[in-house]
Design a protein around this ligand. Structure first.
Ligand code: FES
Ligand SMILES: [Fe+2]
Length: 431
């Protein structure tokens, strides 16, 4: 089946590049079990994603509510390539807007975090309320009666471009599109329920860091949905029995298949010979930790789930590994570069011992931890090996060809297929 797509809007990074027209692009007939390598390296597809996904009818993670807890709090972030400001105004209401002055387009807020009564652009001092409405500007009436704005200049016609905002369980989401369904409808029932499991109490940020990934953003979106690589690639998980496929666990897909939950119950390990027989890299090591307390954990939930990765399309992840709770989100920084942010969390009512344990356990996963390094490498290996073969494709049939939940096994790529299902729909590649 042929899929013809026109792309008129180029991202800044794509303008100078010679590229073939997207009209010649067709997704393989096999559908979500194949992924053309071209989607990871084609600047025209990257530019179309900015329009269809990041400026399209999708809810995107902006920040945590606790980062704008007080009146006057300001948090800056990105939605795709667009810089964003999130504020809390004097009435306690949260707003989000593009961080781009209505005058000549300069960044208005320059810091990650701030607290101000209003927002003032440093270029010509246009001044905005925390809701993004223009309040005033320098030299509006000119100087000594000369110069200034025309008589009919109307402040109400110039403002920072607003986004729709919804908050769920302390997470602030935003979208440009008036057509995006209400947030909880977008998330669906099982996803909302599992977000509540982790996030529905006052949160405390324990630490934030970011890392640059040398790969297209979708390789990371795949990687976090790829439940079966985790116990093969990540030696630490297997050696120390944090997460293995021979523990009880499963995959739950959202109703529309765009989001997913992968979960594991550590206490149910029944060592499978398959790890030895297959000679997998991660099962070859016998090691002891000098600080075994890293793996000491308390049971925080009654369902016995000790490791979970939850994705929300396109670029949000909520994870719990033992007691390490984190939110990750990733921002495309070009067709072959991605910035990954980690926000490590605890709860306001944690004891000092619990907080200390969560901070220590952040070393299990984060940018300075034991897992992110391997994921960063492997994604760049895929980027490097696929970039020269845009006409070839990935083969994604582990666990079958269907895109369904599987609560008896994580030896499946069902959630990866779920991502591509959503991607193809929103990009118009499924026609
Ligand atoms: S660009 Fe912001 S005031 Fe001129
Ligand atoms: Fe991984």
């Amino acid at each position: 089946m042929e899929t013809a797509i026109s792309c008129t809007q180029a991202s800044p990074g794509a303008i100078a590049q010679e590229r073939p027209p997207l009209e010649d692009f067709a997704w393989p007939e096999e559908g979500v079990t194949r992924v053309p390598f071209r989607v990871f390296s084609d600047p025209a597809i990257y530019a179309l994603e900015q329009e269809k996904i990041f400026r399209g009818p999708v809810w995107h993670y902006l920040c945590l509510e606790t980062e704008v807890a007080h009146k006057g709090d300001i948090r800056t972030t990105w939605l795709g390539e667009t810089p964003i400001i999130v504020t809390r105004d004097d009435n306690g209401e949260i707003h989000a807007m593009i961080n781009r002055c209505a005058h000549k387009g300069a960044l208005v807020c320059l810091k990650d975090h701030d607290n101000q009564r209003s927002l003032t652009c440093v270029y010509h001092a246009w001044n905005y309320g925390l809701d993004g409405k223009l309040k005033g500007l320098a030299f509006r009436k000119g100087v000594h009666g000369k110069g200034g704005m025309p008589e009919d200049f109307d402040v109400q016609k110039h403002r920072l471009e607003p986004l729709r905002v919804e908050v769920f369980c302390g997470i602030v989401f935003g979208t440009y599109s008036p057509d995006t369904a209400p947030l909880q409808e977008f998330l669906g029932e099982p996803i909302s329920r599992f977000i509540k499991r982790h996030m529905d109490q006052p949160l405390k940020i324990l630490g934030v860091h970011s890392q640059t990934l040398h790969n297209n953003w979708k390789l990371y979106a795949e990687n976090v949905r790829d439940s079966y690589h985790a116990t093969l690639l990540h030696t630490f998980y297997t050696t120390f029995k944090v997460n293995r496929l021979d523990m009880d666990g499963g995959i739950v897909l959202s109703e529309k298949k765009w989001h997913h939950i992968s979960y594991t119950k550590r206490a149910t390990l029944q060592a499978d010979q398959e790890y030895q027989k297959a000679g997998v890299h991660s099962a070859k090591y016998e090691s002891n930790l000098e600080g075994p307390e890293l793996l000491g954990a308390w049971d925080a939930f009654e369902d016995r789930i000790t490791h979970s990765i939850q994705t929300i399309f396109p670029s949000l992840v909520i994870q719990l590994t033992l007691n390490s709770l984190a939110v990750r989100f990733f921002v495309p920084r070009g067709v072959d570069k991605t910035e990954l942010f980690w926000v490590f969390l605890g709860y306001e009512n944690d004891t000092p011992e619990q907080e200390k344990m969560r901070v220590m356990q952040s070393n299990l996963t984060g940018a300075a931890g034991l897992v992110a390094l391997e994921d960063g490498c492997i994604n760049s290996f895929v980027q490097r090996a696929t970039a020269s073969s845009p006409d070839r494709q990935a083969f994604i049939e582990m666990g079958g060809r269907q895109t369904e939940s599987n609560e008896s096994s994580r030896a499946t790529e069902a959630a990866v297929r779920g991502f591509w299902h959503g991607y193809r729909q929103i990009m118009g590649f499924d026609k």
